[in-house]
Design a protein around this ligand. Structure first.
Ligand SMILES: [Fe+2]
Length: 774
């Protein structure tokens, strides 16, 4: 009895303590809005029993729903609500409350108009993302769709609050959000746990008003026969009754990135979306806005989809290239507002300042202007022609790949007869036939046959020939003119194809999941010096990582024995270091001096992973003196001296346009970040100095690993080793800077420039040979 009493007392004391400690961590936010239900979620710093009180007016929160058990992560499902109705709610736990917020239930009827906000790629720059959220709030949407890349690394739990839940909190209090995962979410459990729209699945669909919304997962297999594809077919077939279907996922089917490949899901999903009547497809991943012309069946122009990339939610913007299918593209921070009625969807793209820069209207009756219509079958032909060109190698022994005499047989899907021509555009080092336009007729369901007779005249394969195809609809005779032919003949926009040999070989390499040494060496033997050589090497990195996991470094040994160029060694030696094999370290440091800091990119985050190894003496420099701010902007050279950099006076006053400034002694955060915004003001269009010293036991070379926000210039003992004027976010180890140190004290001086937003640096010392430390 006494035991039970003591235990009970202990429980009361402990739980009181725990309850007192429970502060709001994230939220509240909303999920699963239905006509009569909604889910309210929030997180507290310690477990507590959560409760939601709610009602039709802010001062009448007369209903309540209490959780069954204490938890840090509160998920409370409210039911029995009225459709299309605004409710006020408050979250409560352990004597704590949130302010009163408002949510709205989904409409019961399909005829009611709804407003959907769409955004993507909000990661990494919360100061931009928060402005986007403010703009979205001003449009008062019913729901928000997010196509992924919500944070920089979804596995890092500590990123979710500052990069997503905090900047978006005002929006999330009132509007349910439906996300699909991006590559940056890294398939993290955190993502799936926090967005119950997924249920237990990797993809989802929901109904809201007149729309059936499908959230696919472009990180998972989407090919015919895969669980995702089968699910999608079933979901589309059983949801044809709603006026609209909208699909969302992260990787776009039609993008305009200068280097990224076409993802295979283009060929798996586009025909399905056309056949099953999905007129709008939104994606992210490429950080700009792009709207395509309607893309769909050549002869059935009412089966069409507009594809929109809306990836301007905060991540640094990208450039784009011209594509035949682009109706509008702009590299700009933005989001979209879709106003949906059963008759039409009006899509507006709105920039961070609130200006509308693109509008398109989709009509439920399927009518779209013929102008700018893009024929999907030509993409299929292009894909199959690319395979055929890439497979030319198989017509002869790879070692003697110099002469060709063959026909490419390329299957087609056209339903009307086409006429056209093709030829090979040959560079000087090739003799190719036919090099003149050769007429072809393509009958429905028959292949296009392309002849290729060629000799390479020099030891170099590159540049290699380009296959050019041009097709037109055959003029119909009076008796055979069908509606389909007439429709197809008008406005045949997408009627040209160009395939370069190198690009085809490169695509084949990219699309092969299970690389054989033979395929890789074939590509590098013949096309390693092509414009795709560098991209191929980058792609190789990923494959190598996998190979190392499976079979050790032998694969890499073999590759480097055949292709021992210095660039290959610089890029690939770090894979040995990852495995804690350091035999190439000194040679690699020499190469780093030759190529680094930024002439050749290393595999993403490679040095960061290596710098985590304890046995190579990697350490953040944590104790700094800083001085600033001085006025600065992007047009000011980082060579500019704002003080006498050769003779620093740590106790003196310096004059800046921002007033008198003095050196101050500061420390980095626990994670090694020197955050200037904590110490210096103003923090916009300025620059500051950071100074540190290191003691070396002897003369020698070390590596400094730098990450800066924004650009930086770094010198050691008065000699400048690095300078990069750029707007960027700080990540540890973005730049590898080999520097010479002398025995005794060495002075490091870094100038760190600042446009706006975050401002600071990481500097890590990597001392493999023990110059500084034994
Ligand atoms: Fe992405």
């Amino acid at each position: 009895m006494q035991k039970i009493y003591r235990f009970g007392l202990l429980f009361i004391i402990l739980s009181t303590f725990v309850l007192r400690a429970a502060e709001l961590e994230i939220g509240p936010y909303l999920q699963s809005a239905k006509p009569t239900e909604i889910m309210v979620l929030w997180e507290t710093t310690a477990p507590a029993v959560g409760k939601v009180v709610y009602g039709l007016a802010p001062d009448q929160l007369i209903e309540e729903k209490v959780a069954d058990a204490p938890s840090k992560f509160h998920k409370i499902q409210l039911s029995g609500l009225n459709p299309g109705t605004s409710y006020y709610y408050q979250c409560q736990w352990a004597n704590k409350t949130t302010p009163v917020y408002r949510f709205k239930t989904a409409p019961q009827d399909e005829w009611q108009s709804i407003r959907i906000a769409v955004l993507g790629d909000s990661r990494s720059q919360p100061h931009i993302f928060s402005r986007i959220c403010q703009q979205i709030i001003s449009h008062d949407p019913d729901i928000v769709l997010h196509s992924g890349d919500i944070v920089a690394d979804g596995r890092q739990v500590e990123q979710w609050k500052p990069q997503f839940f905090e900047p978006a909190k005002e929006l999330l209090h009132r509007v349910p959000i439906y996300p699909t995962p991006g590559n940056h979410e890294q398939k993290a459990d955190y993502y799936f746990e926090h967005f119950p729209v997924h249920g237990d699945d990797l993809w989802w669909s929901v109904d809201y008003g007149s729309v059936h919304i499908i959230g696919l997962n472009s990180l998972e297999d989407g090919s015919p026969g895969s669980p995702q594809y089968d699910w999608l077919v079933k979901d589309l077939e059983s949801n044809q009754h709603q006026p609209w279907r909208i699909a969302m996922f992260h990787h776009p089917l039609f993008h305009a990135h200068p280097r990224r490949p076409v993802y295979d899901i283009r060929y798996h999903w586009t025909p399905l979306f056309n056949q099953k009547n999905v007129p709008l497809i939104v994606a992210g991943h490429d950080h700009y806005y792009l709207r395509t012309h309607p893309i769909g069946s050549f002869t059935e122009k009412n089966q069409r989809s507009v594809h929109i990339i809306s990836a301007g939610g905060g991540a640094p913007l990208y450039d784009f290239v011209e594509k035949s299918y682009t109706a509008k593209a702009q590299s700009v921070y933005h989001f979209m507002i879709l106003d949906v009625t059963p008759e039409k969807i009006v899509c507006r793209a709105i920039d961070i300042e609130g200006a509308i820069f693109d509008t398109v209207e989709l009509r439920a009756d399927g009518l779209t202007p013929d102008q700018g219509y893009i024929e999907y079958e030509m993409f299929e032909l292009e894909r199959r022609a690319t395979f055929a060109v890439a497979n030319l190698a198989e017509h002869q022994p790879k070692a003697t790949l110099k002469n060709y005499d063959t026909n490419l047989v390329i299957p087609t899907q056209f339903q009307v007869q086409l006429l056209g021509s093709y030829y090979w555009q040959a560079p000087e080092n090739w003799m190719v036939a036919p090099a003149e336009k050769t007429l072809v007729v393509v009958n429905p369901a028959e292949p296009l046959i392309v002849s290729f007779k060629a000799n390479v005249l020099s030891p170099q394969m590159t540049p290699a020939p380009i296959l050019k195809i041009h097709l037109e609809v055959a003029p119909a005779s009076a008796e055979t003119t069908s509606d389909a032919e007439i429709r197809a003949r008008d406005h045949f926009i997408n009627n040209k194809i160009e395939i370069s040999f190198e690009q085809a070989a490169f695509s084949k390499m990219l699309s092969s999941n299970d690389w054989q040494m033979d395929d890789i060496t074939f590509f590098f033997d013949f096309f390693g010096n092509s414009e795709y050589g560098s991209a191929a090497l980058n792609h190789l990195n990923r494959s190598i990582s996998k190979r190392i996991d499976e079979g050790g470094l032998q694969f890499l040994d073999e590759f480097l024995a055949r292709f021992p160029g210095p660039e290959n060694k610089y890029r690939l030696y770090p894979f040995y270091f990852l495995e804690k094999e350091y035999q190439h370290w000194d040679e690699w440091e020499d190469l780093a001096e030759k190529f680094a800091p930024y002439h050749i990119d290393l595999p993403d985050r490679m040095m960061y992973r290596i710098s985590q190894h304890a046995d190579i003496n990697a350490e953040f420099i944590r104790d700094w003196w800083i001085l600033g701010p001085f006025p600065w902007n992007m047009t000011t050279s980082l060579d500019t001296a704002f003080i006498d950099e050769r003779s620093i006076n740590f106790s003196g006053d310096y004059t800046s346009a921002h007033g008198n400034v003095r050196w101050q002694s500061v420390n980095t955060t626990e994670r090694g970040f020197l955050d200037f915004t904590q110490f210096l003001e103003p923090a916009q269009n300025v620059i500051a100095y950071a100074y540190a010293t290191i003691e070396a036991q002897r003369d020698g070379r070390i590596l400094l690993l730098l990450g800066s926000d924004d650009g930086a210039a770094l010198s050691v003992n008065g000699q400048q080793y690095f300078q990069l004027n750029i707007g960027r976010a700080a990540r540890p180890c973005d730049d590898i800077i080999p520097v010479n140190v002398k025995k005794g004290r060495n002075e490091i001086l870094v100038k760190v420039a600042q446009g706006s937003g975050n401002w600071g640096l990481y500097l890590q010392l990597l001392d493999k040979s023990g110059v500084v430390r034994k």
